[in-house]
Write a protein that binds this ligand. Sequence first.
Ligand SMILES: [Zn+2]
Length: 307
Amino acid sequence: MKKHSFLFAMLFSTVFYAQEVSRERVVNVLSALASDEMKGREIGTPANDSAAVYIADRFKENNLSYCTGSSYLVPFEYKGKVAYNVCGIKKGKSEKTLAYSAHFDHIGSNNKSGDNVFNGADDNASGVTLMVGLSDYFKNENPDFSMMYIAFNGEEKGMKGSKAISEIQDLQPAYKNINALFNFEMVATVSQFGKNALYMTGDEFSDLDELFNAKAENQLKIHPDPYIGQQLFYRSDNVSFVKKKVIAHSFSTVDMNTAKHYHQLNDDLSVVNFDNLTQIINSFGKTIQKLTPENFTPKYNDKVNLN
Ligand SMILES: [Zn+2]
């Protein structure tokens, strides 16, 4: 009997959960990005370049292709210097694409003594970790959708990176194939809706959340944006793609009314719920596996402002 259940457990874990992302991996990626060595990942600093390279290395590990040129690092000009977005593609059975993005830059360090690094664990090492986690999840899969992974730079300075990469000529045909872009922004905490749940900005503008929730696995749930007066839909990197008429929303767990770590020194590993983030990554992966160009083609309604 014992032997039997052991064998069953072996089978179960190797066959059905082969692609699940481990909590350990989630801890590793998020901790690296939010480490003091990354000095708060401010655009225009060597530490920001290091963060971009770190993400590019994860894309390489997962055998992604380049989006453009001969590198995952996609340069743009910021204040007379070169800064990088990071972009990778996984080809699926269809040209139709799901895109996942998150900004990786943060606000740097200050000059005071003691803890002076703004680690930005929630803002937005967490979002990058969710995006990288999805590329981990699909590493050995052959999904229906192609997948595009983008780490944006310069969000904290006015969404500079997402704007720059959204305008690259080479990439316009790829953008035309995007059925939906999921932009992850502060997903380290348990949402006010409970575990394994996120809210979506601009839910009133498209049917993405309805279509997604209909297929959701593991009780994952996308809720409407509870901070509707704050117009978050137009204040995150997704908006650079909204202007390209791509269905693009931001997804978050942060409670804007009670969070005390936003742009503070205490936005570090202590605010991160790794169990919840790991569960969200795997639930997302499992849900996306069921999405096809036939069952998942969200549309905007006429309430949205595309300009
Ligand atoms: Zn921020």
